[in-house]
Design a protein around this ligand. Structure first.
Ligand SMILES: CC(C)(COP(=O)(O)OP(=O)(O)OC[C@H]1O[C@@H](n2cnc3c(N)ncnc32)[C@H](O)[C@@H]1OP(=O)(O)O)[C@@H](O)C(=O)NCCC(=O)NCCS
Length: 180
C-alpha cells in the first residue's frame, strides 16, 4: 500500500469507508463550481471505477485520499492519468472537498507529493495539468510547484452553460529535481 507523507497531509489509498462521502463530493456541482464540470454517476459505477483504477493508467478515478495528519480526516482527492494516446506524460488532478480547508496550502502540499511520487514511479519526463483560465487558485498552486504555463486551449471545456478556455501546464523531471 503506497502512502505519501508530507508535513501536514498524507496521501493514502481510498478505503471503502471513504466512498459514501467521496461520492457526495462527486455529485455536488458547487464543490468544483465555477471552474470545472462535475460528473453524476451511480454509486455502484463509482465503486467500480475506484476499484479498477490501479490497473488502468488512463483511469480518471481518484487514486489517493488526502488525509490531514493531525485530524486524521479525509479532506480531498488526487488523481493521475495517462492523458494522450501517443504522447508520453501523466496529468494530475486534485480537489479539496470542503471550502473551509482551502487556502491553507494543503492543495499545494498534496499535489507536490503526488508529482514527486509520479516522477519516481513512472517512466515519463513530464507531468502535466490543465485548468480553467478562471481558476486562479489552481493556476497559482501549479506555478508554485514549478509548473510552467505552456499554452491555452480555447473553448476546450463545457461547464455551467458555456465553453471555457483551459490553460495547460507542465513540469519536467529536471525542473522539479534540478541536478546537484
Ligand atoms: C485548487 C485547490 C486544490 C487549491 O488548493 P488550496 O489548498 O486551496 O490552495 P493553496 O492553499 O495550496 O494555495 C494555492 C495558491 O492559490 C492561492 N489561492 C487560494 N485560494 C485563492 C482564492 N480563492 N483566490 C485567489 N488565490 C487563491 C493561494 O494564495 C496560493 O497562492 P500563493 O502560493 O501564491 O500564495 C482548491 O482550491 C480546490 O480544491 N478547488 C476546487 C477544485 C479545483 O478547482 N481543482 C482543480 C481543477 S483544475
Amino acid at each position: 500500500m503506497v502512502v505519501l507523507e508530507g508535513p501536514t497531509v498524507r496521501l493514502r489509498p481510498i478505503l471503502p469507508a471513504d466512498c459514501p462521502m467521496l461520492f457526495d463530493w462527486y455529485n455536488d456541482p458547487d464543490l468544483v463550481a465555477p471552474f470545472d464540470r462535475y460528473t453524476t454517476e451511480t454509486y455502484d459505477s463509482f465503486l467500480r471505477s475506484v476499484a479498477a483504477a490501479e490497473g488502468d493508467p488512463g483511469s480518471l478515478a481518484p487514486r489517493f485520499a488526502i488525509e490531514r495528519r493531525t485530524e486524521r480526516d479525509v479532506v480531498g482527492l488526487v488523481g493521475h492519468y495517462r492523458a494522450h494516446p501517443v504522447l508520453e506524460y501523466v496529468d494530475v488532478w486534485y480537489l479539496l472537498g470542503s471550502r473551509e480547508v482551502r487556502g491553507h496550502g494543503l492543495g499545494r502540499e498534496s499535489v507536490g507529493l503526488l508529482v514527486d511520487h509520479l516522477l519516481r514511479t513512472e517512466t515519463v519526463e513530464r507531468i502535466g495539468a490543465t485548468c480553467d483560465v478562471e481558476n486562479v487558485p489552481s493556476s497559482k498552486l501549479l506555478e508554485r510547484l514549478g509548473f510552467r504555463r505552456e499554452g491555452t486551449m480555447r473553448s476546450a471545456l463545457f461547464h455551467h452553460g458555456r465553453w471555457h478556455d483551459v490553460h495547460f501546464y507542465g513540469v519536467t523531471r529536471a525542473e522539479r529535481s534540478p541536478p546537484g
